[in-house]
Design a protein around this ligand. Structure first.
Ligand SMILES: C[S@@+](CC[C@H](N)C(=O)[O-])C[C@H]1O[C@@H](n2cnc3c(N)ncnc32)[C@H](O)[C@@H]1O
Length: 245
């Protein structure tokens, strides 16, 4: 059984600690240079080591811990939906932070291996038919909608950009469908990628919208996060952000 994450020493920690012992990886004859580079980066990544040590399923867990350290949106008793949850690092953080009185629904295209303390659902968030399934599973809405979803990239910049924007739009549409007033939306976006239209929609529907790049997010990645708090709720909120905003 996997050990419980993040409990060592009581307080939650959002960064790796200890010595940094770099590992050099030799290029094997049958391994591509890019794979060697990936392997070397993994072996030398302090967050990969910390995740292994602390029982998190992914280094991504630290990104959520660091975002929460700055914005303080995780509180015991809340109901959260974790979109793009596999393999489950964010879900583990949520289970721990929301506690036994909270509720966590983890959704992904691929199967999320079960985790005590969370419900899991295999579903494509971009398929409108699944919004009803997710809403049905929650029965009463959510306080937090989080999306760490990332599309499969094609290498074609314009196509990848469109896919990324579409995923954020899908997550926001779902958030506006599920969130209770005062709720919070956190989503992975890309630098220069939160489209003006999308940002305008968020600003209209939330009292505060801020961007952040947590230290655990790799410096060479264009990834960053948007944290929108204080969902206004009510009639003003159309279920459709796409097209309407
Ligand atoms: C970076 S990983 C998430 C890591 C996760 N937050 C963690 O802490 O372990 C991105 C995930 O988004 C999922 N994803 C991408 N498109 C999706 C979609 N349309 N619906 C649901 N999940 C999606 C992928 O399957 C992948 O598991």
């Amino acid at each position: 059984m996997a050990k419980k994450p993040g409990r060592s020493g009581g307080a939650r920690r959002s960064g790796p600690s200890g010595r940094d012992l770099s590992v050099r990886v030799r290029t094997a004859r049958r391994r591509k240079t890019s794979s060697t580079r990936w392997l070397q980066r993994q072996l030398n990544d302090p967050y990969v080591a910390a995740a292994r040590r602390e029982g998190y399923r992914s280094r991504a867990a630290y990104k959520l811990l660091q975002l929460d350290e700055r914005f303080r949106f995780l509180k015991p008793g809340l109901t959260a939906v974790d979109l793009g949850a596999a393999p489950g690092g964010w879900t583990q953080v949520l289970i721990e932070a929301l506690g036994p009185s909270g509720r966590v629904l983890a959704v992904d295209l691929v199967e999320v291996e079960s985790l005590g303390g969370a419900e899991v659902m295999q579903a494509d968030v971009s398929d409108p038919a699944n919004a009803g399934r997710i809403r049905g599973a929650l029965d009463g809405g959510a306080d937090l909608v989080l999306s760490d979803m990332a599309p499969t990239t094609t290498g074609h910049r314009a196509t990848d950009h469109l896919r990324i924007v579409a995923l954020v739009e899908d997550a926001l549409a779902l958030a506006m469908d599920l969130l209770r007033p005062g709720g919070c939306f956190v989503a992975k976006v890309w630098q220069g990628g939160t489209e003006d239209r999308l940002l305008a929609a968020m600003k209209r529907h939330f009292t505060s919208v801020r961007h952040a790049k947590p230290p655990a997010s790799r410096a060479d990645s264009a990834e960053m996060y948007v944290v929108a708090t204080g969902y206004r709720g009510g009639e003003a909120n159309s279920r459709q952000t796409r097209g309407a905003d």
